[in-house]
Design a protein around this ligand. Sequence first.
Ligand SMILES: *Cc1c(COP(=O)(O)O)cnc(C)c1O
Length: 404
Amino acid sequence: MDFEKEFTAQLDALRDEGNYRIFANLERRTGEFPLATNRQKGAARDVTIWCSNDYLGMGHNKDVIEAMQQTAASCGAGAGGTRNISGTAHHHLLLEQELADLHNKEAALLFTSGYVSNWASLSTLGARLPNAVILSDSLNHASIIEGIRHSKAQKKIWKHNDVEDLDRVLSECPDGSSKIVAFESVYSMDGDIAPIKEICDVADKHGAMTYLDEVHAVGMYGPHGGGVAEREGLMDRVTLIEGTLGKAFGVVGGYVTGSAAMCDFIRSFASGFIFTTALPPAVAAAATSSIQHLKQSEIERAKQRRQVAKLRAALDREGIPHIDNPSHIIPVMIKDPVKCREISDILMDDYGIYVQPINFPTVPKGTERLRFTPGPMHTDADIEHLVSALSALWSQCALSRAVA
Ligand SMILES: *Cc1c(COP(=O)(O)O)cnc(C)c1O
């Protein structure tokens, strides 16, 4: 086998499809976000980031940074072990308490990322619950899909956000099976939101547990940033709520919350929890600070919603088609991988605007898009600059406009 040749051939095929991933080379500067330095082709220049998952800029919050610095100074850089073997720091336990409280659950369990929390928890539940069947929304995230795959449990896919289809699929499950309904609240690519109450109703009817990924909603929705389930008064209806500390909370890490017995079960059996070094205590302290801040501050969420509404209105004014949805995510559809990459390149090179093209396999072929996430730190001038750039490109590339 000529391995190098094989690697290169597959990469070339990816390039030919227009799906080869090119990363930016960013240096975010504290206090200046969404402005950042981008280093490319030997030059450094300022760009405005328009696709960050640090939705509220909490990664640059003074108190969050200070919590990280002070804890690193007092406790060191790393945890020093897995949670089981010497790596459990007091800061991890404080954070788990904070997370349980955020979702009004008995307990919480911390992981190194949201990806790992989904992968490890679903693997464990699906593998260890008797005759498990996992019912997965058709647009679930890769980490959910991989967790289900690894569990080797039976998997049934139901139509995206379609409660009737879920009902049908649930009624096909064999008697005596442990049914787990896995879904998300805010879907990050289309920005639509699941009918959580209706899903819980159907799950209850069939005696199924509910597994809700609130990764794109924690910190963002609900009076304390507990997510869409908090906003809708449904947190007690959901068996397990999963979230990340890396998006609106601006740090890194993932978690699940639920009953004490369920969290203890996952803690005791999940390989992806047990056999990996715990997060640095400084990271846990920073995340705790961020959660506490967003529990009592509405300012960031309010400003963010204002800027989202302004960007939508400005896009409408110019006839730039975007998916209308009830969330903070604004997908502008290009529907062609090569054009999507080209437009993103021109925005970066000519306008200092950074938005990553979203291509297959992140989204289905033919639905390639630019995904904008306005935050509280984007100014009105940033929005005007973005929309006038897009408008110019729309004319230049002869893309069709929406009729008002
Ligand atoms: C980003 C994401 C995750 C993974 O979270 P990380 O903390 O980034 O690993 C899980 N689920 C969904 C829906 C996501 O978009």
